[in-house]
Each structure stands twice: as structure tokens, then as C-alpha cells.
Write a protein that binds this ligand. Structure first.
Ligand code: NZQ
Ligand code: ZN
Length: 384
């Protein structure tokens, strides 16, 4: 097991009607900016629940944050915060609204050049406005981590940053508010959470039996709850358990002491940046390319995953690994997630665009740091 430091200060307020707890959570005298997306909270009653709970508070609004939130939109909210002297941010929505809000929180006090420097890595964030969240979609884990991913329309980039300064002070998670999600977003959420776990698990063994079993527990629970989550849209318990899986999948817990490999995410972000695919759609394409390409390096953990999650007990490690890859892709397809570039009309030209970016950035990915632009091309070419 590797050394690690684990600190997660997010107060999670979980369960039915938990939005009514907001008055106990937001600071009394704060000027609050409530941020939200493109309209879902006005249709499913969440807007009313939040504004009702915070009646009498000094609350102003910033709506219109789009999925895969744009830097350009965030800057408008930064102006509002400065002009209105906002001192607390309340994100009400999915990962996109929360990520945008984390970025806004960091950008308001930022003084080290243009705020894009926060994302390009040119500057470090040391402070941010405090923020809280009302989470409406189980997928990203953003409600319990200090990461945010922001897109820039002008340059077709999608970059992330992370700093303890943007941990939400609290996250209110009412699984019932996710009943209004369309099936496509539920499928996205299942795939995103599943891949988050896999990327902290399918690398090489460093003797972490507890973390491995925690990862397997989340994978099992997602597989078990997926049919009820997708079929019976009012099954509260199935929904609640899945929602908690998604939060646990990327709250830093599974990463303790293990070697992660987030190359699927890093390559996937470029597919969103250039072609506008949903985040989870990109993961479902790239994951199997990364696994096949790195199958010899990942064979031991893939074989363990095959045995413990899919019940594949015969054959060599490599044979088990191959079957586990197949089973996982079948699972994604069975819940309605496409796994090929051609499903989105992306061909060789599209791959070249992504590869060019990896050449320019000159970064290496993977737990063995052996995925360069050349390997990215091989991985994506195998997913046409
Ligand atoms: O625009 P609104 O009105 O919010 O509608 C959204 C959006 O259209 C809708 N929605 C959200 N909750 C709903 C709802 N519709 C009906 N009922 C509800 N209860 O769903 C659509 C998608 O929302 P979005 O927030 O974009 O989805 P998600 O939570 O999957 O977030 C995706 C973003 O998070 C980033 C992704 O890259 C992407 O930009 N990620 C953030 C991470 C993090 N901070 O740790 C990690 C992830 O790997 C991921 O990269
Ligand atoms: Zn993700």
C-alpha cells in the first residue's frame, strides 16, 4: 500500500426531504448566490424547495450554466459575485453546475492573471469563496470532492483543477429529486460512477485488500441496482443506494494507498471538448481501448475483477481479463450506452484532432506513464 493523506471535510446531508435542512447549513447573514443549470430545477420542484427553505435569506440567482460548463459562462457569474459582494455560493444541480460553482468560487478572489490560469496549471489556488451544494444527479462525485472540470468554447478545451479550497462545506443529497432524470442521464451516471471506481482499481496490485473490496462492493451494488434504477423510476431505495455509490466512487476514499489510472478520463475529455459528447459517453468508448492496449500490465487486477465481480473463475489471467472486458462492455451496452466512436460519427479525422492535442501537450498517461500521443492514437483507432 502506498502512503497517503486523506482529508474530506464535506458534510453530507442525505435522504428524503433533506433540502429542508438548508437553513441549518448556510451561514445566517451571508449574501448567497444560488447557481443552477438550464432549467431542470424549475420543472422538477427543486427550485421551489430551495427558495422555500431559504425564504428570508439574502439570496440572488445565476442560472443558465450548461452541461460541460463553459469558462465564458463562469466568468459572467464571477462578475455578479464581485458586483453584488456575494459571500456564499449555493450550487443547485448536477456535476456541471457544481463544477462551475467551484470554479467561480476560486476565480472570485483569484489575482494571478486571467482565471484560466487556474485550469491551465499556471497558477495555484489558495483561497475560494465558501460553497455548498444541492446535488440533483448521481454521477460525478463532485458533491464530495474538490475537483472541477471546465470547458472553454473559444479554444475547444476541457481542463480540470482541484484544490481543498473548493470542497463544498456541505452537500445535500435527496435521492428523490433524481426521479425526474431522463433515462439517458441515469445511464450516464451509472457509467461515470462505474468508471470512476475502475480507474482506481484496475491498475497493478499494491496489496490493498480493503480498498479492492470497497471498490468491488461499489461495482456490485451498481450492477445490482442498475435494473431497478432504470426500470422503476420511483424505487427510492434502489435510487438511494445508487446515488450513494456515485458519491463514494469519487470522494477520494478508494484512492487511498492505490495507484490510479485516469487516462480514460483524460482522453475522454478531449472527445467532449471537440465533439460535444456527454462525459460518460466518452468514457464508455475509451475505457475498453485503454484496457485492451494495456492488458498485459493490467492483467492481474483485471483477472481479480473478472473473478470477484463477474464470477469468471476459469482460464489464465489473460483469458479472465479478456472476458472481464467483454462483460463490462456488454453491461454498458445492455443499459443503453454506446461504446464505439462510429456511434457518434467520429472517424480517423476526429482521432487525429485528439492526437494532435496530446502531441502539443506532451503529457504521458497511465499508471506506468507509458501512454503518449502515439498510444492515444492506437487506443482510439481500436474504438472506431
Ligand atoms: O442544465 P440542468 O437544468 O441542470 O439539466 C441537467 C443537464 O441537462 C440535467 N439534470 C440534472 N439534474 C436533473 C436533471 N434533469 C432532470 N432531473 C434532475 N434531477 O441533466 C443534464 C446533465 O447534467 P450535468 O450536470 O451536466 O451532468 P453530470 O452530473 O453528469 O456532470 C457532468 C460534468 O461533470 C464533469 C464532467 O466532465 C461534466 O463536465 N465531471 C466532474 C467531476 C468532478 N467534479 O469530480 C468528475 C467527473 O469525472 C466528470 O469529469
Ligand atoms: Zn467521470
Amino acid at each position: 500500500m502506498l502512503n497517503f493523506i486523506y482529508w474530506n471535510p464535506v458534510q453530507v446531508v442525505f435522504g428524503h426531504n433533506s433540502i429542508t435542512e438548508l437553513p441549518k447549513l448556510v451561514p445566517d447573514k451571508a449574501k448567497i448566490l444560488m447557481t443552477y443549470g438550464t432549467g431542470s430545477i424549475k420543472k422538477n420542484g427543486v427550485y421551489e424547495q430551495v427558495t422555500q427553505a431559504l425564504k428570508g435569506y439574502n439570496l440572488i440567482e445565476f442560472g443558465g450554466i450548461e452541461p460541460n460548463p463553459f469558462y465564458e459562462t463562469c466568468l459572467k457569474a464571477v462578475d455578479v459575485c464581485k458586483r453584488e459582494k456575494v459571500d456564499f455560493l449555493l450550487a443547485v444541480g448536477g456535476g456541471s453546475v457544481l463544477d462551475a460553482t467551484k470554479f467561480i468560487a476560486a476565480a472570485v478572489p483569484f489575482q494571478d492573471g486571467e482565471p484560466w490560469n487556474i485550469l491551465s496549471g499556471k497558477a495555484q489556488v489558495t483561497q475560494a469563496l465558501p460553497l455548498g451544494a444541492v446535488m440533483t444527479i448521481p454521477a460525478t462525485g463532485s458533491e464530495m470532492n474538490c475537483l472541477a472540470v471546465i470547458s472553454r468554447a473559444e479554444t475547444q478545451e476541457k481542463l480540470h483543477f482541484g484544490t481543498p479550497a473548493v470542497y463544498p462545506k456541505f452537500s445535500v443529497i435527496d435521492p428523490a429529486v433524481t426521479f425526474s432524470l431522463p433515462k439517458k442521464q441515469l445511464v450516464n451516471g451509472i457509467v461515470d460512477a462505474f468508471v470512476h471506481v475502475l480507474e482506481q482499481y484496475v491498475t497493478y496490485p499494491v496489496i490493498t485488500p480493503l480498498q479492492d473490496r470497497q471498490a468491488e462492493a461499489i461495482l456490485h451494488t451498481i450492477i445490482e441496482s442498475a435494473p431497478s434504477v432504470l426500470a422503476d423510476r420511483m424505487d427510492y431505495n434502489a435510487r438511494a443506494n445508487f446515488v450513494w455509490c456515485a458519491t463514494q466512487a469519487l470522494n477520494g476514499h478508494l484512492s487511498c494507498g492505490v495507484v490510479p489510472d485516469f487516462s480514460t478520463h483524460m482522453i475522454g475529455h478531449e472527445l467532449t471538448a471537440f465533439f460535444g459528447l456527454d462525459h460518460a459517453q466518452t468514457l464508455a468508448i475509451v475505457l475498453f481501448g485503454v484496457w485492451q492496449h494495456q492488458i498485459h500490465n493490467k492483467a492481474a487486477k483485471l483477472a481479480q475483477y473478472a473473478e470477484r465481480v463477474w464470477g469468471i473463475t476459469s482460464g489464465s489471467d489473460l483469458e479472465k481479463a479478456e472476458l472481464a472486458i467483454e462483460k463490462t462492455e456488454d453491461f454498458f451496452n445492455a443499459i443503453g450506452m454506446a461504446t464505439r466512436l462510429r456511434d457518434y460519427n467520429i472517424g480517423e479525422d476526429g482521432i487525429d484532432k485528439v492526437v494532435k492535442r496530446f502531441i502539443e501537450r506532451n503529457i504521458t498517461l497511465g499508471e506506468n506513464k507509458n501512454i503518449t500521443a502515439k498510444e492515444v492514437k492506437e487506443i482510439l483507432s481500436s474504438r472506431l
